[in-house]
Design a protein around this ligand. Structure first.
Ligand SMILES: Cc1ncc(C[n+]2csc(CCOP(=O)(O)OP(=O)(O)O)c2C)c(N)n1
Length: 1030
């Protein structure tokens, strides 16, 4: 209003036609309508006392309409605007509608102001009422098929809307209206119901009409917002998006289905329902986490897929929990039914592929024709663990990778669908972490459709005890995702919202949620008795007619199908199931590889085995090393000032044919990129590197966002390099990168923890996916975890990446010495579940990264990376260690003076990582360079039995010590000791030099840290230290 006044003061009054002309010219370009400076009332209009606060918007709306067509507004407004434009003094432009009839124009100026005010107030009230339905209508929508629970856990009816139930019952309606009237909310009363009100442009309920009687306005709002669909969207801070949604739900007649569509929907309901019934009949005592009570999930998903396919999507990556999973596999992805049924056969043998997983966790990949659009579509359902929602970021990562590899930068071709349970969606933090990736450039998948199977229970827990937010879906509001709640017992409403959701995604490329409010007909699984804990709910459920039956009867009543057709449809599908069941009996062996969710065509041979069991040398030519080194040290064409010194130092190192840690990594990444391998490094602050050593993104010091990524300029036809600082999440981001690495074997995907200590907030991804992924789901993954680790006096949370935990989960047997064949090293790698290394120099780091790609199979690689070694002058490698013919050294023997006279060596100290440099310094200080040998175990797992054996046998008179800087119950000791003993056939003890056992990984006291260090180094070089333990 202030703007209006200021502006009005500067303008001379225009005639209606002059103004209208200007306005319509402007308006053509001003879509959507927003406030424009020229849209000012004349001074008298602006000075009217009722034009204040929100009322001004409404009056503005009418003013525009009047400018375009004076007849489009109520007579009283016409008079008002004419009077105002004619220069009526403030307060004199109003005229009572009563006084308008038959009065000449001149007289109207003296109209009765109170009536006009009432008119304005009533219009404002109607506008507020419309807005109230848009904002809060979903709170009273009839969402619960059982009719016993409020989906928002709140039985209060917002006091600014008139509810559906009120509408149906006139007495209640009057009551309600009187509350609104007497309570003064709107100042409307019953007599206003038949008055005609002009509709604001923020509603589409009028269809082609611009004004409606209040009664009709309320009816249409109720139809749009308070039936079986609850639309939650008014928190979205984008006008276009809000208008888009309003139009989709408010426009009269939007929910019309053709006969064909209704029949298809019925057929899909039949499949969904009869599939569960078939399983229940055949295997009534088997767990399957059936979908009964939410059978509309199947048509819901199929609708989203059909619509998305129509919009150009060719690949859909899906993630879902247990509920209804078999049904989705059967009826959405179209897994052969016999493959599903045979899994219920307890005599089915597992092929020798790994431990496998229960049937409702397995994944699937299928390329087929979408029958509705007649276009090719690839559907995959990611295998997932029991850990609810853990698969969410994995699906997103996989989707992002699929988009990346097909150049789909905006998500037109590849999309993800995530399904959730209501309790898990509300309760699991990873959901939030995943949502927060949705709009980040290097993590966005350009819109995910989320479908919540909201059966209003989580195992035995009532939602009122399971969440503090009104809906289980509230978490989605953080990213401005619209949420469509829908009563799952109304299949047409379900299909409608799913169509809108898919269109939303295709239009705005942002997340959207469909909340299928349903119930769970049986217990949590088919064996559970739900009456123990939800007696009232289950009494109701027992009475509840199934949705297929209800919909079938509805269509029969409408004459869409005959009863006979309906029954035939059921019989047809039952027959399909029966026949598949017969065929399933022929299946004798369960091959998990038939359940692969991410095949890598061409990477393995036809049996799914590596094409060879050899790995070429991971070294590079001198020229390549020099060239990449020059790229790493080149000064870009932007102003970088403070980096010049670092780049110069890099240049010097290259001239001297040496690399530090950052350059070692550079050489590995750069060479792989050159060879066409995509490299993606993600994690918190990875672009610079937490320890300021990496600098892969160089920032212009004067221009915002002007950056240079030299790694993308290594060679003309190189693969792209992605380096991206992530959101401050471990669980979400590590899951994402794991998913990314799943899409292709020809990419090096690395996730770096800020400090290794923080990886444990992503423990679920490590425990459930990375460690056992291949064993459970026969799919390999070459993800690399870079975990900064090292006891450097930085306190308990910046010291340890917890090697003991990773090592404890390695699958090699500590008590069996494997036969040491020529291909021992590669075979070991092939058989392990993951590789754990701690490199002591950049050359070895370089080799192990390259080995990840040059090996003919993929295994996760866990690297404990250094902190102080990043700049340690001795922790450098010479080009000679990286040339062709060189390889990753699993164990670096001592080649110093001890090698000259092994018999004179009294002790061999095995160690790993940074402590090596502390040990050599101390050995020198003790003058024991020819009596104590120090061997570095660079690859901890799979354990280098062969090399440890050779190294220990080299020094026949030496005792064996394992030295580590970590506490005794942590670090590597528990893993290494039994394997070393096995290696030497228990001929000698393996002594321990390191910190004593402790609860915390490190002390917070610097002095204590140094004392501990001194103590264990003293032990390591005290040849009598273990005498009394003999
Ligand atoms: C992270 C995690 N915690 C606990 C469980 C054990 N659990 C299995 S199902 C379930 C209830 C899930 O409820 P909801 O998400 O509403 O899905 P529904 O089973 O009702 O479909 C629980 C707690 C689990 N699988 N994952």
């Amino acid at each position: 209003m202030h703007r209006l006044r200021t502006c009005a003061a500067r303008l001379r009054p225009l005639t209606a036609s002059q103004t209208a002309q200007n306005f319509s010219q402007q308006r053509r370009v001003a879509v959507p309508r927003t406030f424009q400076p020229f849209r000012c009332y004349t001074a008298p209009v602006a000075a009217e006392p009722f034009l204040n606060g929100t009322s001004s918007n409404y009056v503005e709306e009418m003013y525009y309409s009047w400018l375009e067509d004076p007849k489009s507004v109520h007579k009283s407004w016409d008079v008002f605007f004419r009077n105002a434009n004619a220069g009526a003094p403030p307060g004199m432009a109003h005229q009572s509608p009563l006084s308008l009839a038959g009065l000449p124009q001149a007289q109207s100026l003296a109209g009765a102001q109170p009536n006009v005010e009432k008119l304005v107030e009533d219009h404002l009230a109607v506008q507020s009422l419309i807005r109230a339905y848009q904002i809060r209508g979903h709170h009273v929508a009839q969402l619960d098929p059982l009719g016993i629970m409020d989906a928002d856990l709140d039985s209060h009816v917002p006091n600014d809307i008139i509810t559906s139930s009120d509408k149906l019952d006139l007495a209640l309606f009057k009551d309600r209206l009187s509350i609104l009237t007497v309570g003064g909310f709107y100042g409307l009363d019953e007599s206003d119901l038949d008055k005609v009100f002009r509709l604001p442009t923020t509603t589409f309920i009028g269809g082609t009409e611009t004004a409606l009687p209040l009664r009709e306005i309320i009816r249409r709002l109720e139809m749009a917002y308070c039936q079986h669909i609850g639309v939650e969207f008014m928190f979205i801070n984008d006008l276009d998006q809000c208008q888009w949604i309003r139009e989709k739900f408010e426009k009269p007649g939007v929910m019309q289905f053709t006969l064909e569509e209704k029949r298809t929907l019925l057929a899909r309901m039949v499949r969904s329902t009869r599939f569960e019934e078939f399983l229940q009949r055949k295997w009534s005592s088997e767990k399957r986490f059936g979908l009964e009570g939410c059978e509309s999930l199947i048509p819901a998903l199929k609708t989203i897929i059909d619509k998305s396919s129509e919009k150009g999507v060719e690949n859909v990556v899906m993630g879902m929990p247990h509920r209804g999973r078999l049904n989705v596999l059967a009826n959405v992805i179209r897994k052969e039914l016999e493959q599903i049924f045979c899994q219920f056969d307890s005599k089915l043998e597992a092929a020798d592929e790994g431990s496998g997983d229960v049937k409702y966790h397995l994944g699937m990949y299928h390329r087929r024709i979408n029958r509705v659009t007649d276009r090719n579509i690839t559907l995959s359902l990611m295998a997932n663990p029991s850990h609810l929602e853990a698969v969410d970021p994995v699906v997103q990562g996989k989707t992002k990778a699929e988009q990346f590899y097909c150049g789909d930068t905006e998500g037109h071709k590849v999309m993800s669908i995530l399904m959730h349970g209501d309790a898990a969606f509300a309760g699991q933090g990873v959901v939030y972490e995943t949502f927060h990736l949705s709009d980040l450039p290097s993590y966005s998948t350009h819109g995910t459709v989320h479908v919540v199977v909201n059966n209003q229970i989580g195992f035995t827990t009532d939602p009122r005890m399971a969440r503090s937010s009104p809906y289980p879906t509230d978490v989605a509001r953080v990213v401005n995702a619209p949420i469509f709640h829908v009563n799952a017992d109304d299949p047409e409403a379900v299909v409608y919202v799913c169509n809108v959701a898919a269109e939303w995604r295709a239009t705005f490329h942002k997340d959207v949620v469909v909340d299928l409010v349903c119930y769970r007909r049986l217990g949590h699984n088919e064996m559970d008795e739900p009456m123990f804990t939800q007696p009232l709910m289950y009494k109701q459920i027992k009475k509840q007619k199934g949705v297929m039956q209800k919909y079938g009867e509805k269509l029969i009543a409408e004459g869409v199908v005959t009863r006979q057709e309906y029954e035939e449809e059921i019989a047809k599908y039952d027959k399909i199931c029966e026949e598949a069941h017969v065929r399933s009996k022929d299946e004798k062996i369960l091959h998990i590889k038939h359940w692969l969710d991410s095949p890598w065509p061409g990477f393995f041979n036809l049996d799914g085995q590596p094409k060879s069991l050899t790995c070429p040398s991971t070294g590079l030519t001198e020229e390549e090393l020099t060239h990449i080194g020059q790229v790493a040290s080149s000064v870009p064409n932007i102003i970088i000032l403070c980096l010049s010194r670092i780049l110069k130092a890099r240049g010097e190192m290259i001239k001297n044919r040496t690399v530090d840690w950052a350059l070692g990594e550079y050489m590995a990444f750069g060479s792989l990129l050159k060879e066409g391998i995509h490299v993606r490094l993600s994690g918190q602050d990875v672009e610079r590197g937490t320890f300021s050593h990496r600098h892969h993104v160089l920032h212009d010091q004067n221009v915002d966002k002007r950056v240079c990524i030299p790694m993308n300029h290594v060679a003309p036809n190189q693969a792209p390099y992605t380096v991206c600082n992530s959101s401050l999440s471990e669980y979400g981001v590590l899951g994402f990168e794991l998913g990314f690495a799943m899409a292709s074997p020809n990419a090096l995907v690395l996730w770096e923890a800020q400090f290794g200590d923080f990886h444990n907030t992503a423990q679920c991804i490590i425990d459930q996916f990375i460690c056992p992924g291949q064993a459970k789901w026969v799919r390999q993954n070459g993800i690399v975890l870079l975990l900064p680790h090292g006891m450097e006096g930085m306190g308990p949370e910046h010291s340890s990446a917890r090697p003991e935990r990773f090592l404890q989960m390695c699958n090699d047997d500590p008590d069996v010495l494997p036969s040491i064949t020529e291909d021992f090293a590669i075979r070991q790698l092939h058989d392990c579940n993951w590789i754990v290394v701690n490199c002591s120099n950049p050359g070895n780091f370089f080799h192990v990264l390259r080995r990840q790609i040059l090996a003919p199979f993929r295994k996760p690689l866990i690297v404990f990376t250094p902190k102080s070694l990043l700049r340690h002058p001795e922790a450098r490698s010479n080009f000679d260690e990286m040339l062709p013919g060189t390889d990753f050294q699993r164990l670096i023997p001592d080649n110093g003076p001890v090698a000259q006279n092994p018999a004179g060596v009294k002790r061999i100290v095995f160690c790993t990582g940074k402590v090596y440099y502390e040990l050599t310094k101390e050995r020198k200080a003790h003058g024991m360079e020819d009596t104590v040998a120090i061997a570095r175990m660079e690859q901890l797992s799979p354990f280098p039995f062969d090399l440890v054996k050779a190294e220990s046998e080299k020094y026949p008179n030496a005792d064996l010590v394992w030295c580590q800087e970590e506490h005794k119950n942590q670090g590597y000791y528990d893993y290494v000791k039994p394997r070393m003993r096995t290696t030497i056939d228990r001929a000698k003890p393996v002594w321990y030099a390191g910190r004593p056992p402790a609860a915390a990984p490190a002390t917070g006291n610097k002095k204590a840290h140094l004392v501990e260090l001194k103590n264990f180094l003293d032990t390591a070089f005290d040849l009598d230290a273990f005498k009394d333990q003999m």
